[in-house]
Write a protein that binds this ligand. Structure first.
Ligand code: NOJ
Length: 519
């Protein structure tokens, strides 16, 4: 089934695009190159996730993930009535993907292991040999191509049998996650030296457990969301210590977690209540996960504890909806990450609110008590949640550095922009240029310890609730073609140039309507 025609085409198009740019372009973006170059050993990479690209949902002995099961039962979950059955077919086309990564010139590739492909029942009593061989092949091919794999253990595709037991609301998940991680470290730890345990626990718990925007769509407002957070944090820490004690001594790698953080800007910066709302949002959404791991004291942030305890009491609960860590657990979680994996996409404007349309009582939104708006001046080139405000990137990096210090390096494990498609993606070129420029300012002017950057994403993929309608890829994928043909976009060319020169050249690709002013 594998074909390299798409890749040959990719190389040809990159060559022809380069020629066209060398011959000069009309209007240019911004004005010349950035003053700064990326540090010598800065890690440049691209990221993907198994469920979003692999397909082959029932091939090679794979078990079902909760996303397979849920979407098959609810085919209208996505606007295009799509699912992840085939996706970009990377299960068969992984060699093509690796050539694409090479074309970009990056040295790192962040990918995830599908837990049910490796352990079809979720538990370690049955390892799927074909699944185990598949990831071994992918990882070996990457190493052969001089690309360092960065492997995420859990990027949301929980095995269905474990979801049937309550997923992350069930304390046993901590054990099952540890068992799964042990299998992965044993099978691949000789060649994988950078691991991230969990991808975006906040989005998983908020959208999947508090609400129904993501699978498992539990709608356990204000209750399941905190159980999910609690056991994900404990699961992460358990796996960190497993690696640290049993594997690190001979495998000598690094392991961390990936958290997502929007920047929260006070809607009216002169209003104290808006400043407080922004801070409350950050503590409730980022601090909830980051404070237990990265702060000096450990445990949930005091503000979060106070808010959820008070609301729970007022709502007639005998105990707080936010579970409590034992002193031993606080110690186990504190410091359990070698780096801070950060996914950042966008910014919202915050003001206080006690109730908004669509909120439940109790709920995570109601506890957070913040209304989120977008600035009408910020472009929204694709899905409504993602508006472009590059300065927010620098601000969140500074906030994190202030909260948790500069000792633990930050690695940007995802950053990118969605649109509705097309290979002339000038907006994406501009997004990357401007966000990366803010990253340089954060490093050089503010002293933020950022050591790597992964563009999201290598190619168009299954974008969860949006199906295939929303595109984040550096490479276009023709989902209608049997070959799932990949074609580089302008942003691929631009990223390749940045990686090669370690500089941002705002003149490299020509201007478009979103490519305006202020850096
Ligand atoms: C973060 C998630 O990790 C990834 O799976 C998703 O596609 C991007 N955000 C864009 O929404």
């Amino acid at each position: 089934m594998r074909s390299s025609s798409g890749v040959a085409q990719a190389a040809a198009i990159i060559a022809s695009l380069s020629l066209c740019f060398a011959n000069g372009v009309s209007a240019v973006i911004g004005s010349g190159s950035s003053n700064f170059t990326f540090p010598e050993n800065f890690m440049f990479g691209v990221a993907t996730a198994a469920f979003q690209i692999e397909g082959a949902w029932n091939e090679g002995g794979k078990g079902e993930s909760m996303w397979d099961t849920y979407i098959h039962k609810h085919p209208d979950y996505t606007p295009d009535l799509s699912n992840g059955d085939v996706a970009a077919d990377s299960y068969h086309k992984y060699k093509d993907d690796i050539v694409m990564i090479q074309t970009l010139g990056v040295e790192y590739y962040r990918l995830s292991i599908s837990w049910p492909r490796l352990l079809p029942q979720g538990t370690d009593n049955h390892i799927n040999k074909e699944g185990a061989r598949y990831y071994r092949k992918v990882l070996e091919e990457l190493i052969k191509a001089n690309i360092t794999p960065v492997v995420t253990l859990f990027h949301w595709d929980l095995p269905t049998p474990l979801m049937d037991l309550g997923g992350w609301t069930n304390p046993k998940m901590v054990d099952y996650f540890e068992d799964y991680a042990r299998v992965a470290f044993t099978l691949y730890g000789d060649i994988v030296k950078i691991w991230t345990t969990i991808n975006e626990p906040h989005q998983q718990c908020y959208n999947g457990y508090d609400g129904d925007y993501f699978v498992p769509a539990l709608n356990s407002h204000g209750v399941g969301v905190y159980l999910c957070a609690h056991y994900l944090i404990l699961g992460h820490a358990r796996v960190y210590h497993l690696y640290d004690k049993e594997f690190r001594p001979h495998q000598k790698g690094k392991i961390g977690i990936t958290l997502d953080a929007f920047w929260a800007e006070p809607k009216d910066p002169s209003k104290v209540e808006d400043q407080e709302a922004a801070e409350r949002y950050l503590q409730m959404r980022v601090g909830l996960f980051a404070h237990p791991i990265y702060s000096e004291t450990g445990d949930y942030p005091a503000l979060v504890r106070e808010v959820v305890n008070n609301n729970s009491m007022l709502q007639g609960y005998a105990r707080s909806r936010l579970p409590v860590f034992s002193p031993q657990e606080i110690e186990m979680v504190r410091g359990s990450s070698d780096f801070f994996g950060l996914n950042h996409y966008t910014t919202f404007l915050m003001s206080p609110s006690t109730m908004e349309k669509g909120w439940f009582v109790p709920s995570y939104d109601h506890d957070t008590g913040v209304r989120m708006d977008q600035d009408p001046n910020w472009p929204i080139p694709g899905s409504t949640w993602l508006s472009i405000y590059p300065a927010g990137f620098r601000k969140i990096l500074n906030w994190l550095t202030k909260q948790y210090g500069a000792d633990v390096p930050i690695i940007i494990t995802e950053n990118g922009m969605c649109d509705w498609g097309g290979i002339n993606d000038y907006e994406r070129v501009s997004y990357y240029n401007k966000y990366l420029y803010q990253l340089l300012l954060a490093i050089y002017q503010d002293g933020c310890n950022v050591q790597g950057y992964f563009a999201w994403t290598l190619m168009d993929d299954f974008e969860w609730k949006d199906g295939y309608t929303s595109k984040f890829g550096l490479f276009h994928v023709d989902f209608d073609s049997p070959e799932k043909t990949r074609t580089p976009k302008l942003s691929a060319l631009n990223y390749r140039h940045i990686v090669k020169t370690k500089k941002i050249d705002f003149n490299y690709i020509k201007q478009s309507k979103y490519l305006v002013n202020n850096l």
